[in-house]
Design a protein around this ligand. Structure first.
Ligand SMILES: Cc1cc2nc3c(=O)[nH]c(=O)nc-3n(C[C@H](O)[C@H](O)[C@H](O)COP(=O)(O)O)c2cc1C
Length: 449
């Protein structure tokens, strides 16, 4: 029996996870255009379950097609997808790993509309376009908000029917819930805007609707941005919600029925503090063209990323926000402040890959567990290195953010060539999950449409 706090189980109200290591959400285009998930996604998630994570938090999973951020991500908007998610859950459970589904909606932060959402301003709490890329949106009416609340509740119900272990509401990183919560973005004058209590109404209504749909015994956690830092590019922009605001929201989430909180940061994604590290603009100069037509500022941004003169200026503005902060544990202090204010477990995300940092965070009461994304992309077996007594894996994640900057065009994986013996080895690691499977079958003639 281990005494290492990292490898002691974490007991939530109705779910116990074998250790304190959560694979954080990492979106990648593995799935079908209609939102049905594929064998590739199952292979991808099993990588982390086998590596020793106690639980996997799924990638961004939209509850409706108009909430996608990129086509080719699995969704949970149809009842006939339940058996597919069930297969994924079963695959992960074989490794004694839990699976928590991240229920999401983009609001105005829709990166690539795809054929389903092309030329349709995204439903959002506001009609003001998203400032960085210039994504268009329209303010939802109250009837539409009520329909969306029901869609989240149905998504949670489907996750439970599929035998998954819980759901996470994605109320962080600039997506729909964050837009409602934000004092910088939400410009409504009805019951869903104005005071912090009104801005939190949508999130709290969703928590209550999920509880009404699945009962008290299905795990429900909420991912929140501790601080918005909405002025990250334009110093004169409104700053958005403060830590004190988020502490109040965290307490309300607990009172409404949340079982845990997952603390992130930032009013957008990506954001200089999330994922923390440099933004590889040279790579964006190659991949961002996929997003040029998605927003009004796409072409301008591409020129900035391609221009040897403007690139350093953008880099300066981007990096300014991170100055003086560590990459590993960038959100540790905020997680600690929120944990001190609530009675439910708190997860922290942001740069964790050193065992001693995580251990100290647990022992000192900053958080109960960590949610890890890039260091697990780099080393899916990171938990095994820690269990073997190593503080860091031999070839750690460099936080280069090339996995993220590749996403608009390329498959998800580690693109830091210096971590591999060759470019071919890197590509082999990225594409290993695409192996063809014998169970592919020839459809019956009447199935062909
Ligand atoms: C390629 C990539 C995709 C991501 N996709 C999601 C997502 O779908 N949902 C989410 O909440 N966070 C997403 N994140 C953020 C991570 O879950 C995590 O919170 C963040 O990267 C900080 O952790 P890290 O330093 O361990 O990477 C993504 C991050 C990366 C790098």
């Amino acid at each position: 029996m281990t005494t290492d706090p990292i490898f002691t189980p974490l007991a939530f109200r109705s779910l116990t996870v074998k250790n304190r290591i959560f694979r954080s959400s990492i979106s990648g285009r593995f799935d079908n255009e209609d939102g049905s998930l594929t064998q590739t996604r199952i292979n991808w998630e099993c990588r982390f379950a086998k590596g020793g994570a106690g639980a996997i938090i799924s990638s961004y999973v939209p509850v409706r097609m108009d909430g996608r951020i990129i086509a080719g991500y699995a969704t949970i908007h149809r009842d006939d997808f339940i058996p597919l998610w069930q297969k994924l859950g079963e695959a992960v459970h074989r490794f004694d790993c839990k699976f928590i589904l991240q229920l999401s909606h983009s609001g105005r932060q829709m990166d690539l509309p795809g054929v389903h959402n092309q030329h349709r301003p995204a439903p959002a709490p506001t009609s003001a376009k998203e400032p960085l890329h210039g994504f268009l949106c329209r303010a939802m009416g109250t009837g539409e908000i009520e329909q969306l609340i029901a869609a989240f509740a149905r998504g949670a119900w489907r996750a439970r029917e599929a035998g998954l272990d819980g759901v996470e509401l994605h109320a962080a990183n600039g997506y729909l819930f964050t837009q409602f919560l934000s004092s910088a973005i939400n410009d409504r004058t009805d019951l869903y805007g104005g005071s912090l209590g009104n801005r939190a109404r949508f999130l709290l209504d969703v928590i209550r609707a999920i509880r009404a749909s699945v009962g008290r015994d299905f795990h429900l956690q909420v991912k929140l941005s501790a601080v918005e830092h909405n002025d990250f590019l334009l110093p004169w922009a409104a700053k958005g919600n403060t830590l004190a605001d988020t502490i109040a929201v965290a307490r309300w989430c607990e009172a409404a029925g949340a079982d845990a909180l997952h603390i992130s940061t930032g009013s957008a994604f990506p954001h200089p503090l999330n994922p923390p590290g440099p933004m590889p603009l040279e790579l964006l100069a190659v991949t961002y063209d996929a997003m040029v037509s998605a927003g009004l500022h796409g072409f301008r941004n591409l020129l900035v990323f391609r221009s040897p003169l403007l690139r350093p200026l953008f880099r300066l503005l981007w990096d300014r926000k991170r100055r003086g902060r560590p990459i590993e544990g960038v959100g540790l202090d905020e997680a600690r402040a929120i944990k001190a204010a609530v009675g439910i477990p708190v997860l922290s995300t942001g740069g964790y890959q050193t065992a001693s940092v995580v251990r100290n965070g647990i022992v000192s009461g900053a958080f109960d567990g960590v949610a890890i994304a890039r260091p697990l992309i780099a080393n899916p077996d990171l938990p095994q290195h820690w269990a073997a007594g190593r503080d860091l894996p031999p070839v750690p994640c460099t936080y280069c953010n090339k996995c993220l900057a590749s996403a608009p065009k390329n498959p998800l994986g580690c693109y830091e060539e210096s971590r591999f013996p060759s470019r071919e080895a890197m590509l082999a690691a990225i594409t290993a999950i695409y192996r063809a499977r014998p169970e592919l079958r020839v459809p019956e003639p009447e199935e062909v449409s």
